[in-house]
Write a protein that binds this ligand. Sequence first.
Ligand code: PEP
Ligand code: MG
Length: 885
Amino acid sequence: STSVYPFGGKAAHDDPRQGDKTVTGGKGANLAEMASIGLPVPPGFTITTEQCLAYLAGDKTFDDSLRAAVASAVAHIEQSVGKTFGDAADPLLVSVRSGAAISMPGMMDTVLNLGLNDETVEGLAKTSGDARFAWDSYRRFVQMYSDVVLGVDHGLFEEALEITKEDNGYYADTELSAEEWQALVGEFKSIVERELGEPFPQDPQAQLWGAIGAVFDSWDTDRAKIYRRLNDIPHDMGTAVNVQAMVFGNMGDSSATGVAFTRDPATGERAYYGEYLINAQGEDVVAGIRTPQYLTKDAREAAGAKPLSMEEAMPDAYGELARVFDLLESHYKDMQDIEFTVERGKLWMLQTRTGKRTAKAALKMAVDMVGEGLIDEKEAVRRVDPMALDQLLHPTLDPKAKRNVLTTGLPASPGAAAGRIVLDADTAEQWSQRGDKVILVRVETSPEDIHGMHAAQGILTARGGMTSHAAVVARGMGRPCVSGASGVTIDREARTLRIGSQELKEGDEVTLDGANGQVMLGIVPTVKPELAGDFGTLMTWADKLRRMKVRTNAETPEDCRMARQFGAEGIGLCRTEHMFFDAGRISAVRQMILAEDESGRRKALDMLLPEQRADFTAIFEVMTGLPCTIRLLDPPLHEFLPTQDADFEELADATGLGVDHLKRRAGELHEFNPMLGHRGCRLGITFPEIYEMQARAIFEAACAVQKESGEAPLPEIMIPLVATKRELELLRALVDRVAAEVFEEQGERVDYLVGTMIELPRAALMAGEIANHGEFFSFGTNDLTQTTLGVSRDDSARFLAPYVDKGIFPRDPFVSLDIDGVGQLVEMATERGRATRPDIKLGICGEHGGDPASIAFCEKVGLDYVSASPYRVPIARLAAAQAAL
Ligand code: PEP
Ligand code: MG
């Protein structure tokens, strides 16, 4: 199949593979598409991702057919622009850029001005009539190529440049003359020769193939792998390479380069948004070396900035750009993120892609675009990443709280973040692993900082604009970010910093407000999120489109209330053991566990009954009219055992038993493998009085709430860790008996169901007969994953990361369901359960119930509901709607 696709000029753009991002990458596919709808795209070609994979799988060489295809594609560029690659008189120069199907800041980005050498630079000087420009371009090329292709430390070049500037008393790069740039090129080349032991490549063909190989290799760097792991991008996609004729934004004051969004990516506001620099090359904008200027007059005025906006400085090129923005939005029907260059007044498009956005902006744009008639409600629901909602559901800074503002930077990514200052990515990761909340403070960030940005609550940079690396990545990750805070100076050696006039050190606490760019001393209090507005609108659309119900995992009235506000339609899992750990009753629980016999246990359970009844009453009052799945005690008794001497002494006082006796008893109860030990329904089988007490508390509470409010919840009593039908049969009989007793005593009855968790492989296999004894199944996919894979859910964090990196699991199976394996058990149990009992209620209550990919699977097998922790409820509502589309 075709390995190289030309675009622009007279290229055909007629092979559907060229528009397929998995073949030509996002950048390549969109360049071809822009060219095909008549937008000004410099001609070029794309080498497919397949070629990258073949290169990496083989011996990292290029075969003859690829070389031939590239040669003819270079000829396509040459014919289109009327210049020849390597021609000393009038050379064609190209850019070489990576471009995977999903954009990845972890990879090699760009080499510009490729094709320059000691001869062609003279040609460029003549044809452009600007020797200074030619030599500046050449030194940029040597610098970039040496850094990203040859692996020479870029600091060495910066140093040489700084020295030249210092020697001449210059402040800005623009002050250097042609001769000075030429001298620097000489120095740069000798740096390369010194570092590598061979000269800088002069042959344009060798340069081109070097850059192509470097792009391919960049797919396999650690940085790229980490980025893919953090973003759930598969490792087997490969990257495409885009080679494109250079256009120059640095040919004087009628030239410029910029990046732009068709709407504001932070707020979603319908306004062109972006930055540009006159007389500059693309990298200058993103690198944060010069401060970019505003695109529009409105934005400039709003910021109170002086340098003219593009709208004012280059009205013609700006007018053309605005026309292109509108064309792109109506073509792609989504907000676009664009790179452009103006060369001597003429606009060129270098890239377009669907723009990354904050959750807030995603919501606003989706809702607005429905209003504008650009998309329909279904598409709006499809547009918003459910996981991104997380950003909106979390607190923002309390507007009434006092703020000790140290400095203000750019509001690069919204949200409030507070924590301890850390000055590098590794420290951020270490401190956050030990449980600290951290704020990563850097001069600017680079792809090497990704893991630290991920570990941090928020990111603060001293340099860089709204489109700097820090800003773009933070928005994508949903981390609040303040960028370009020039009031921040960092002393890396001393590990101290100054923010405004305040001296701080690593470990001190600060708060960031990503919505307005403020950096504050200390921890500023927060307030609850706003659930109305665009969020409310989108969720209403989602609710209309979904089939599955969404419940919550909750065991306190506060969590239940919050989950209801988030739209929960019931409780899918109330873990009653959480109530047992309560400080006021752990002693009674321990007395129960350590009792020698049934009567000892009953005595302790009598103390717990009123407490449990009060727990359930409080929950039922919040959940009236809704189903509430209450799970009877599940964890190994082992977990409740006292360990501290003080605990034993307290127990001795309460029971009149000696400390030694109690310690001996605790020793007897110690388990080697508690997760597979005395837990779940095994507790109910061996100590039925525990489950009796809990069932009694549930029914008494339900009757009381019904009496009081006239409306009861629907208790669904759930037996955990069932492996056999007989376990469920015995325990269901126990629950029914207690129910009858309570109804008799109370002169009141409530509806209820009895069912089981399916969380052991045997239960899934035997679901057909188990369904005879239960009215519902709830898939406990945490334990089902643990027992199916034979991987401890409590210990796996230590070894699962390499499993994901090596592609053994596509994602952590405790986060996203192992659909191929564990999924089969879920599907089988669903079918077998329904065969026995067609109206059996089916749900999921493991962590996977809040994971969009797992929710899609639940929709496929036809579960009735998913259950997720309160903050995940809106995520699950949206994901369930997307799954149903
Ligand atoms: C499960 O195992 O999936 C489950 C929901 O129960 P727990 O996490 O409490 O073991
Ligand atoms: Mg479980």
